[in-house]
Unconditional design. Sequence first.
Length: 306
Amino acid sequence: MTSFSPADLGRRIGSGLLSFPVTHFRADLSFDEAAYREHVVRLSGYDVGGLFAAGGTGEFFSLTPAEVERVVAAAAGSTPDGTPVLAPVGYGTATAVEFAAAAERAGADGILLFPPYLTEAGQEGLARHVEAVCRATSLGVVVYSRANAVYSADTVARLADSCPNLIGYKDGVGDVETMTRIHARLGDRLTYIGGLPTAETFALPYLQLGVTTYSSAIFNFLPEFALAFYAAVREQRQADVTRMLADFVLPYTDLRNRRAGYAVSIVKAGMTATGRSAGPVRPPLTDLTPRELDSLSALIARLTAR
C-alpha cells in the first residue's frame, strides 16, 4: 500500500532531482535482479525526489510485462521509506490498464504513462486513453507528452479537471509555447517534469516555465555531478550551469547523437566507464562501440579529475 496520496506524490517528486535507473542485464540479456537492487540502494542514498523504475532509461520498451512488474517490485523493495517509486505504463489502453494494476501489485507509489504503442491518435483519443488509466488506479499518474502522444494545453486542462489523480506532466517535446500555455493555465495543479533526452541541457530555461525537476539519466553513473548541476539550476547560478554544460553535458550529448537509441546506450556505457557495469542494452538498441566507450571514459575522467 503506497504511503503517498496522489497530491503528496506530486509535491514530493517536484521537490528534487528525479532518478531514472537503468535496468541491469546479464550477458545473455536476462534481468540481473541482484545487481539492479544494489544499484537502486546506492542511488536511493542520495537526496532525490523520486525513482522511476523501468522507465525509458530503464528500457521499458524491451521488457515483458512480467519483467516490468518484477523490476518495479525490486525497486520498491530496495528503496527507503520516503523515496517514492513510480512504475511505467504504456502500449494500448487495455494493456496500459493491466500495467497500472501490476504497478499497484508491485508496490509502486505512482505511474508514468508513456505514449500508446505505434499508432497516432487525435486529442480526444489521447484524452480517453489517459482517463481510462487514471480511472483504473488509485495511484498518482504522470502523463508523458512525446512522440505520438503530444497533448495540447486544452487536453491537459481537461485531464486535470476529469482526473483527480493526474499529478504531473512530463514534457518530452520541447515546445516552449505549449509548455507556457499549460503552466499559465494550470499553475501548481500539476508537477512539471523535464523529459527531453539529457534533460540537463534544457533545465535552466525550463525552470522559468515552472519545470522544477527533470529526469536525470546521468545520475546513474555520476550522481554527485548530477545533483550539483540540479542545485545550480534551482539556484539559478547561470555561470555554473554554463560551465558544467561545457565541461561535460554538451560533449556527452555529442556522443549520444551519433546513433539512434544512444540516449539509453550511453547511460549504460557510463556505468561501465565508472566501474559499475549494468550489462548490455537489449535489441533493438545497440551498445556504444569500443572507441566511443573510450571517448566517454576519457570525458568522465577529465570531469572527475577537476
